[in-house]
Write a new protein. Structure first.
Length: 399
């Protein structure tokens, strides 16, 4: 090696830089006055990443995308890796480097741990290439884990959606990515045969009961009319922001041929659900009687308003409003989205009360069991509290 040549670490880094930029390893070593044996040993000790071999110019097979901008998501860009290398060379701590890059400490720690050379040196270009290689490497399918599959199966058998399951796993295992799984991965396992260890028939536990995904098309309904006293536009503004409890949305879940039904009421603030038992019919008289009986058990401050879809079952809305001292408001024609809390809840309830089935056979005890199941399920919209917990807190405050 010529006299006055830089320190061996600097020499190795220069050689690595040239090779990562496309220069042949052997020719570069000769130009730098480094023996070919030493060059191969250095490259091997640095991880022996794949080189392009053959005639003409050749170097590192895949140096990664050096132009991709940083600061987005969890992936670092090449410029950030250069700053990490310079920071380490200057003796900065990982925390100081993270502050300079406006990154979380864990991102910097993970980057150094995963992408430094096996000899311990962190080289920006080789780290960038190594990150690219690791990103392309096939990953093990998480739902091959029997314990994780058993937990997901238990929750789905209880009516939980893949989205809720994924969010609960992320909340309960914040520091263990291996114990987390996205809802898309669960759907992939349900809809792609032979993936993972979930039960083959588990897709039937989805609220849609579909074995394949269906595109959202559908067409809007035509206009209609309804003669009522109050419209949703007249409802108090406090109902919309959910800050004040006691505002309810309701509708019917209909059975096969619309011959049987179950009434549903959902409190907008807590998402607490009440199921109305309608064993014989769902006439206006039956619905009014069941609603007045169920809601009379609530304190006055928890029954401020009721919003319902336009239907003949609400013909006795004046009796309901008088008995409960809660005004009844009606949605615009064919606008069920205006009582979205109730619509979402009815979709969840279809896990137990499938479309096209006879609902008249369910007893009051059956409805209470389902009601309790739903009210004790964690809700992402409630920061994973349950509706029962939120309602109990309101009742405690009143007491």
């Amino acid at each position: 090696m010529p006299s006055g040549y830089p320190h061996p670490q600097a020499t190795r880094r220069e050689l690595f830089d040239r090779v990562c930029q496309g220069a042949p390893l052997i020719r570069t070593a000769r130009e730098m006055g480094v023996s070919t044996t030493s060059a191969w040993v250095w490259w091997r000790d640095a991880g022996a990443m794949k080189l392009l071999m053959g005639r003409g110019e050749r170097g590192l097979a895949d140096p990664g995308d050096l132009e991709r901008p940083g600061g987005r998501g969890h992936r670092l860009c090449f410029d950030e890796r250069v700053e990490i290398m310079r920071g380490l060379d200057s003796g900065l701590s990982q925390a100081e480097i993270a502050r300079q890059l406006d990154r979380d400490n864990s991102v910097i720690s993970r980057e150094i741990s995963r992408n430094r050379n096996p000899d311990g040196d962190y080289h920006a270009r080789m780290a960038h290439a190594r990150a690219r290689k690791n990103a392309k490497r096939p990953k093990g399918f998480k739902l091959d884990d029997p314990q994780l599959c058993a937990q997901i199966t238990t929750w789905m058998d209880d009516g939980w959606s893949p989205k809720l399951i994924a969010e609960m796993l992320a909340r309960d295992h914040r520091d263990d990515r291996l114990a987390q799984v996205s809802h898309e991965t669960i759907y992939k396992c349900l809809y792609v045969q032979g993936r993972g260890q979930l039960r083959a028939d588990l897709h039937k536990q989805l609220s849609t009961k579909r074995s394949t995904r269906k595109s959202r098309t559908g067409s809007p309904r035509g206009p209609g009319t309804f003669t009522g006293a109050f419209t949703i536009s007249q409802r108090p503004a406090e109902v919309d922001d959910r800050a004040v409890p006691g505002h309810w949305e309701g509708d019917l879940i209909l059975g096969g041929g619309c011959a049987s039904a179950i009434g549903t009421l959902v409190e907008r603030s807590t998402r607490f659900t009440i199921l109305l038992h309608l064993p014989e019919d769902h006439t206006a008289e039956a619905v009014a009687t069941a609603m007045i009986e169920a809601m009379s058990e609530l304190p006055a401050h928890l029954r401020r308003t009721i919003t319902w879809d336009r239907g003949s079952e609400m013909a006795r809305w004046q009796d309901i409003a008088l008995q409960l001292q809660a005004p009844v408001y009606f949605c615009d024609p064919h606008s069920p989205w205006q009582r979205g809390s109730n619509e979402n809840t009815n979709r969840l309830l279809r896990f137990w009360f499938e479309k096209g089935t006879d609902l008249s056979g369910y007893t009051k005890a059956d409805l209470k069991r389902v009601q309790d199941k739903l009210n004790t399920r964690p809700r992402p919209t409630l920061d994973f509290d349950t509706p029962a917990q939120r309602l109990a807190a309101l009742l405690d405050q009143a007491a």
